[in-house]
Design a protein around this ligand. Structure first.
Ligand code: FAD
Length: 83
């Protein structure tokens, strides 16, 4: 943790004091079907509806943003040629 804090803050690890850690049971759900990427065509529901959100990939902010990018790509390609 101290090394991570050093990398994040640029402050030498020696200045951080470890106090305590907590193990929190079931803090996050176990995901069996973890998806990081799917074909962008799957974000198009129909001609007028494009889907974006963590439900498309996995429950994380990164996945939510990735799905937004892929949905916009699906829209862009859809405007160019039928998917
Ligand atoms: C307790 C908790 C801790 C988390 N911790 C982390 C973490 O540490 N790191 C991480 O990466 N992810 C974490 N996540 C997951 C992350 O927050 C979500 O995966 C991400 O916010 C999903 O973004 P989203 O835009 O897909 O959906 P959301 O953020 O859920 O946004 C959907 C929005 O749509 C709105 N909405 C819903 N229905 C309608 C409707 N009918 N009309 C209009 N608006 C509607 C909702 O009000 C909401 O504002 C955590 C989630 C929870 C619950």
């Amino acid at each position: 943790m101290r090394v991570e804090l050093e990398a994040l803050t640029g402050i030498s690890a020696e200045h951080f004091t470890f106090l305590k850690s907590y193990h929190i049971q079931e803090a996050l759900p176990e995901v069996e079907d973890m998806r990081y990427a799917v074909n962008f065509t799957q974000f198009k529901l129909n001609e007028h509806v494009f889907l974006a959100g963590d439900h498309q990939l996995n429950a994380s902010i990164n996945a939510a943003m990735t799905s937004g990018r892929l949905a916009s790509e699906a829209l862009r390609y859809s405007l160019q040629a039928p998917l």
